[in-house]
Design a protein. Structure first.
Length: 260
């Protein structure tokens, strides 16, 4: 498929996605939680029903408890929060914590403020209009002067699910530098991306991967040794690494900010 044809297909998909979101019910109440309707999430086969969605939300929250000792006193930054799967899980499993969700998709942030933040004031959601070729091609390109709106050493846990898997290496490095600034000593990071051994350092939309790539930055794959070297370059310590166990075969990377 030509680049032009791919761009047209991506544009049509975005238009249809927004149209469906506007026409169909935006939320449902399931087992005491307000969650996105299936027509709103457009999640495909990952969440075939609401129970699977809630199970996934709770699993992500339990991950924070089991690996990072997240509790009612923790301050969590969720980058790429989408339609609030993690905060929904946190509310169900942990309770009312100091949480901030950030996303480049304004529709998702509006949904979270309407259906989560309205009822849980300690859960805050902010639109971050930065450039991403896949999700926000009208945003502002970040550079080495980019800053998150957090004071130094103020965040306990930073969470990014399926963010670096759709982000350039340059942007990932900018984020990692900022994480070192805003994360508390002994604070934690969890993120996912595609990681393999015996492959080039970084590949965008690799051929014959097992997932049909659709549009730019669908799959950003790293050589394991290469991404490990980047992480160590920014001073983070590995807590755990679980290869190819997350959605679409992504790997889970668990990090800690240790005192030098």
């Amino acid at each position: 498929m030509t680049t032009n044809a791919t761009s047209i297909k991506t544009f049509i998909r975005k238009i249809l996605r927004e149209a469906v979101r506007r026409i169909f019910p935006k939320s449902v109440r399931i087992d005491g939680s307000i969650i996105p309707s299936m027509t709103t999430t457009l999640s495909g086969p990952k969440f075939k029903n609401y129970k699977l969605y809630l199970d996934s939300a709770e699993k992500d929250a339990k991950r924070l408890v089991e690996h990072f000792q997240c509790n009612l006193n923790s301050k969590v930054l969720d980058i790429g929060c989408g339609l609030g799967r993690l905060p929904i899980g946190i509310i169900r499993i942990i309770g009312e914590i100091d949480y901030t969700g950030i996303d480049v998709d304004k529709i998702s942030i509006n949904w979270c403020n309407r259906f989560i933040g309205k009822y849980h004031p300690s859960f805050k959601f902010n639109h971050l209009s930065v450039y991403n070729e896949r999700y926000n091609d009208k945003g502002t390109k970040i550079d080495r002067n980019f800053r998150f709106d957090f004071t130094d050493s103020s965040v306990d846990i930073i969470y990014l699910f399926s963010v670096f898997s759709h982000t350039t290496e340059e942007d990932m490095r900018i984020y990692l530098k900022e994480f070192d600034r805003i994360l508390k000593e002994n604070g934690f990071i969890f993120f996912t991306t595609f990681v393999e051994e015996n492959v080039p350092d970084i590949t965008f939309n690799p051929l014959n991967y097992g997932i049909k790539c659709s549009g730019p930055l669908h799959i950003v794959r790293y050589n394991k040794d290469y991404i490990f070297s980047i992480i160590k370059e920014y001073g983070f310590t590995f807590v755990n690494f679980k290869q190819s166990v997350e959605i679409d075969g992504q790997s889970g990377i668990y990090l800690c900010k240790r005192k030098n």
